[in-house]
Ligand binder design. Structure first.
Ligand code: PLP
Length: 399
């Protein structure tokens, strides 16, 4: 069946309606382009929301997946497998961490970090140390623990009561965090670059201050790099640009090369509190996703790959600032590497629409921020095409 309308009708009839989808039906991809069922090409500046770092149809990823599918698709975590053990070694050797916990999504990685922080705190300090501090504009996921740390009424209100012990402070405001701290806090969770909240990079002094507050109050610092991790910002992990080490890090989106994977990175002092049976997941760290992940992690960790991300990020931001000088609807262009936000003075919904009609996929991050997350392999020629389409779309809402 390739009839676009029939596919839309089926979806509308049978799928739980939790998404508002664009009207086209995506069929296949190649490089940095996606194609719909009517054969129209879209330059992809969404990448499955920061998932498809290597774009579409990468041969090395494909070969790793196909070879592993031929050998073994799934076994329980009751048994050792080579891809999982090797991937864990690679992740530890390219990060601050000593241990890796495997799961299947960003929200699950945050749930894992919440449990590990609580267990660590209970082991060392007893029952009363169980509160978390999260920040305004944060997004940590939609499961009940992660949701409690995602302080936005339109995500939370219908689902109360939430996990108790969640405290809110203001992003990039250290005094506000300090006011929430006492010895009952077991962890602060922060995105080094907020994604859903509007592409907001943290100030270096803010992250440094969080580290100091955690040390003073015997709390853990958790960085959520589900969206900004694995090369997106131009360093392998975003916090490396800030030179501050967390005690745990959550990540997901790009690490499975398009297959579902979440990860919690732990320092040994946190890992020491965790015992067999404390946490688990049936599908986590399966052989196929780990084989794919080894490819994407080793490719992105290469310094020349990361230099390319930085160069392309600088190139796009320079082009966008140029556009901003001509299009008064643009208030600010911000970001780090290839996670870029264009703050506008009005809703960007019509810009997203005008872009995809012209053949460019973009998404919003809050009502007034247009978010760009191209595959990390983007080159200047396609960046120029995207810039031209974005300017044309911005002109439409500026009129
Ligand atoms: N944390 C951050 C920073 C995210 O951006 C997201 C998703 O956008 C999540 C957690 C939740 O990830 P998932 O949708 O894989 O559950």
């Amino acid at each position: 069946m390739t009839n676009t309308q029939e596919i839309r009708d089926l979806e509308n009839k049978y799928v739980l309606q939790t998404y508002s989808r664009a009207p086209f039906v995506l069929d296949h991809g190649e490089g940095v382009y996606l194609y719909d069922t009517d054969g129209k090409a879209y330059l992809d500046f969404v990448s499955g929301i920061a998932v498809n770092a290597l774009g579409y149809g990468d041969l090395e990823v494909r070969e790793a997946i196909v070879d592993q599918v031929d050998k073994l698709i799934h076994v329980s975590n009751l048994y050792y497998t080579q891809p999982q053990a090797e991937l864990a070694e690679l992740l530890v050797k390219t990060s601050f961490a000593d241990r890796i916990f495997f799961c299947n999504s960003g929200a699950e990685s945050v749930e894992g970090a919440i449990k590990f922080a609580r267990k660590w705190a209970k082991t060392h300090y007893g029952k009363g140390k169980n509160c978390f501090v999260s920040l305004s504009g944060a997004f940590h996921g939609r499961t009940m623990g992660a949701l409690a740390l995602t302080p936005r009424p339109h995500y939370q209100d219908a689902f109360r009561p939430l996990m108790p012990g969640a405290r809110l402070a203001e992003f990039n405001n250290l005094d506000s965090v300090a006011a929430q701290m006492d010895e009952s806090v077991c962890a602060i969770i922060a995105e080094p670059v907020q994604g859903e909240g509007g592409v907001n990079p943290a100030d270096p002094e803010f992250l440094q201050g969080l580290r100091e507050l955690c040390d003073r109050y015997h709390a853990l610092l958790i960085f959520d790099e589900v969206q900004c991790g694995l090369g997106r910002t131009g360093s392998l992990w975003a916090h490396q640009q800030y030179d501050i080490e967390p005690d745990m890090m959550t990540t997901a989106k790009p690490v499975g090369a398009g297959l579902p994977m979440g990860l919690v990175f732990l320092k040994q002092h946190v890992a020491d509190a965790i015992e067999p049976g404390d946490h688990a997941s049936t599908f986590a760290g399966g052989p196929v996703v780990c084989a794919a992940s080894k490819v994407v992690v080793s490719r992105v960790a290469n310094p020349s790959f990361l230099a390319h991300v930085q160069e392309m990020g600088d190139y796009l931001v320079a082009g966008l600032k140029d556009i901003a000088s001509r299009q008064p609807v643009v208030e600010e262009v911000r970001g780090l590497g290839l996670i870029i936000g264009i703050q506008c003075s009005s809703s960007v919904g019509p810009v997203v629409r005008a872009c995809y009609e012209a053949g460019l996929l973009t998404c919003s991050a809050g009502p007034n921020v247009l978010r760009l997350l191209p595959p990390l392999i983007i080159e200047k020629g396609d960046a120029d095409k995207a810039l031209a389409m974005i300017e044309e779309a911005l002109r439409v809402i500026g009129e």
